[in-house]
Design a protein around this ligand. Structure first.
Ligand SMILES: Nc1nc2c(ncn2[C@@H]2O[C@H](COP(=O)(O)OP(=O)(O)OP(=O)(O)O)[C@@H](O)[C@H]2O)c(=O)[nH]1
Ligand SMILES: [Mg+2]
Length: 221
């Protein structure tokens, strides 16, 4: 849940990257870290096991100071995808303001994606997060590989479900910022509806997005 500290003029949002093991959640965060301007990001904390598998979580804060003088922070977390880490996933998911579900496009990963999706819905419920109210976007990652689900198939998934669907190759840095921007916009709108954030902070959606992702300042777009 967003933390709003009017006295210290600071707000903190929480975004969680969720999904099956090896779908590329950590790689997404690493790519965001690469692609973002240095001024807007903090240290990327990657907590790996020996085999590059997330054991607890990864975390990267991004932030800016608004024209109105607010420090706006967004903490980006990843969960560990391996089935055995369910209790950790549940804890990391607590208080999320938005969720990026990173699915693996490979044909043989469809079951794992579906299992993880169900696991997400269950853990949201346990954490009191209503999937109807907390924004969720879906990313189909690893589009660079062969033996992946076709674009047509993903378009069909996109039409069926309520969540926006993005295609990505996190390892190439493609589709990563688009996914994050889509999620940040939905999360901002949701919090604005709930708490009148824009009015309280004198900050609009575009200033929020442009400062975090550095659009219109010669940065990545
Ligand atoms: N070809 C390809 N490989 C990718 C892509 N994204 C991630 N990978 C690879 O997939 C493997 C797993 O990536 P991670 O980012 O560690 O996956 P994860 O979702 O964090 O996995 P857990 O921490 O176990 O949940 C690594 O070898 C990555 O290099 C991609 O877009 N294309
Ligand atoms: Mg990971």
């Amino acid at each position: 849940m967003v933390q709003i500290n009017l006295e210290h003029r600071e707000i903190t949002l929480k975004i969680v990257y969720y999904g099956p093991a090896l779908s590329g959640k950590t790689t997404n965060l690493q790519a965001v870290h690469e692609l973002m301007k240095k001024e807007a990001r903090g240290r990327l904390m990657v907590l790996d096991t020996a085999n590059d598998r997330t054991l607890f979580f990864d975390l990267m804060p991004v932030f800016f100071k608004s024209r109105s003088g607010f420090t706006v922070k967004v903490k980006l977390f990843t969960v560990p995808g391996q089935v055995m880490h369910n209790s950790t996933r549940r804890i990391v998911l607590q208080g999320a303001d938005g969720v990026a579900f990173i699915a693996d496009s490979q044909l043989d990963q469809t079951k794992n994606n579906n299992d993880s999706w169900r696991d997400l819905l269950e853990n949201m419920k346990i954490n009191g997060l209503d999937p109807e109210r907390i924004p969720v976007v879906i990313q189909f990652n690893k589009r660079d590989l062969e033996k992946v689900r076709s674009d047509e198939e993903l378009d069909a998934v996109s039409k069926r479900g309520g969540e926006p669907v993005y295609k990505a190759s996190a390892i190439r840095g493609e589709g990563v910022l688009e996914t994050l921007e889509g999620l940040l916009r939905l999360s901002w709108r949701n919090l604005d509806n709930l708490y009148k954030l824009g009015e309280k902070l004198d900050l609009e959606e575009d200033e929020f997005i442009n400062n975090l992702l550095h659009k219109g300042s010669g940065g990545e777009s």
